[in-house]
Ligand binder design. Structure first.
Ligand code: GLU
Length: 315
């Protein structure tokens, strides 16, 4: 048997036990509640899907539960904005550095010149990036984002979870104030409420672990879908996205994740994690109980276990 097949068989064999061991960590985490609808997620759920370049999937745990992409969506809106505008225009509005601050902090917008968000994965940066997505109306922009996500996930039925969207839109005072500050500083162009509406919607796209694994697989293979052979994203933009995932994808625990797991990853407040083994696997994880840094407590533990067991670290 080729060595890839041997590893995949071992993954399949070990995954259920690893999931049950990591699930226990959920007891020490907390489900996000600042978006009220998210607090309905089951605290001790943990699921994972791992997909290889031939479309084989290994999955275990609660991999069928639906969750919203939240910050995971920012990776793909960044890519779409790069495809729409090119690098120079995007990096005119957002920087390339981690902040060390919370994902929803505005502190450095005031303190550090030129007053653009430090990177596209914090909320301020992602809102600025969303304003760059092409389209003549918020409906058209949301439609383009959804079409892009559906293509990457190879799932035409991906859609916005209305309850989560409405729940976020009704409680987003902080994101709203960030949007207006960015508008005042000339970083965000266009109508703030319309930009925020597109942002809330792309954060609320409902997925399963298999959808996230499928999207990650395209990134793992440099932007070309290894299953269909279709080039979907220019390689350069995948490189940019993966670099941001490595330096700032796991909030203020990105350095720790790089050391303990060593893979590009992006997590969201719903407890989702998108990660990948470059050139080999796309991975989707969900575990709604979060640790103090805002990452899935059981999901991170599971990825640490897998990376160590199969020697996946890129470093
Ligand atoms: N929609 C969420 C917010 O703006 C995304 C945050 C996250 O997942 O980090 O607060």
């Amino acid at each position: 048997m080729p060595s890839d097949d041997i590893e995949f068989e071992r993954i399949r064999e070990k995954l259920p036990g690893f999931v049950e061991a990591s699930r226990k960590r959920s007891a020490h985490g907390k489900v996000a509640s600042y978006i009220p609808e998210l607090s309905k997620m089951p605290k001790d759920a943990l699921g994972i899907a791992i997909m290889d370049g031939n479309g084989r999937t290994a999955s275990a745990g609660d991999c069928e539960i639906a969750f919203t992409m939240q910050s995971i969506s920012k990776v793909f809106t960044l890519i779409l904005a790069l495809m729409d505008n090119g690098e120079a225009a995007v990096f005119d509005k957002v920087g390339m550095e981690p902040t060390g601050d919370n994902f929803n902090s505005m502190l450095k917008l005031e303190l550090v010149q030129p007053g653009i968000p430090f990177n596209p994965l914090i909320n301020a940066g992602a809102i600025a990036v969303t304003s760059l997505i092409a389209g003549s109306s918020p409906q058209e922009k949301t439609g383009r984002v959804l079409a892009f996500f559906r293509q990457l996930a190879d799932n035409p039925s991906l859609d916005v979870d209305k309850s989560v969207y409405e729940s976020e839109a009704a409680t987003a005072n902080l994101n709203r104030s960030m949007g207006y500050l960015l508008k005042d500083r000339g970083v965000l162009e266009g109508n703030v409420e319309e930009v925020l509406d597109v942002y809330f919607r792309h954060c609320s796209v409902s997925v399963t672990c298999a959808d996230i694994a499928r999207m990650a697989l395209v990134l793992a293979f440099g932007g070309t879908d290894p299953i269909t052979g279709k080039p979907l994203i220019p390689r350069r933009y995948v490189q940019i996205a993966k670099t941001f995932m490595t330096t700032c994808g796991m909030y203020n625990a990105s350095g720790e994740f790089a050391i303990q797991v060593g893979l590009p990853a992006k997590s969201g407040v719903s407890g989702g994690i998108l990660t990948m083994v470059p050139g080999r696997y796309g991975i989707g994880v969900v575990g709604p109980a979060l640790n103090g840094k805002g990452n899935s407590i059981a999901g991170v533990h599971l990825m640490e276990t897998l990376s160590r067991e199969f020697d996946w670290s890129m470093f």
